[in-house]
Ligand binder design. Sequence first.
Ligand code: HEC
Length: 140
Amino acid sequence: MKSVRKSILAGIVGLASVCVMAQQKTPAATESPVAAGKRIYEQQCLTCHQVDGSGVPHLNPPLIKTSFVLGPKEKLVTILLNGLSGVEVDGDYYANPMPSFEFLTDQEIADVLTYIRSDFTNNADAVPAALVKSQRAAKK
Ligand code: HEC
C-alpha cells in the first residue's frame, strides 16, 4: 500500500518537473517583442522597479505613466545606454542610481522598452531596435 502511494507521489513529482522544464524552455524565435521584453524586465529591472512597475519610494521611481516612460523614445534609449542619477522624476527624487544596460543587445533594449510602454497601465507604441542601433552608434 505504502509503495503504491510512493509511486503515485513520484509520478506527480515527475509530472510537475516536466511542466517546470517545459516552462523554462528557451524562448521560441516567434516570441513577440512584448513577451521578450517582459522576460528581460524580470531578469534586469524587476528588482528595482518591482513586478507592477510601482518602484520603491525614495529609492527607485515607478514606471507607471511617468513622463519618461510615455515621453520621447530617444530619451528612454539614452537612459538604458547611459544609466541615470540625480534626476527628478515627476516631482520626486530617488536615492539609487540607475545603472547602464549597454551590455544588452539593440533588440533587447528595444523589447524591454516596448514592454514597459505597454504594461503597468501604459499604452504607448513600440521602440524599434533600429533606433537603439543608431543612438548607440552616435554615442561612440
Ligand atoms: C539598481 C536599480 C535599478 C535597476 C536594476 C533598473 N533601474 Fe531604472 N531607475 C532606477 C533609478 C534609481 C532611477 C532614477 C534615477 C535618478 O534618480 O536619476 C531609474 C529610472 C528609470 C527610468 C526613468 C524614470 C521613470 O521612472 O520613468 C526608466 C524608464 C527606467 N529606469 C527603466 C528601467 C528599465 C527598463 C530597467 C531594466 C532594463 C531598469 N530601469 C533597471 C533604478 C533601477
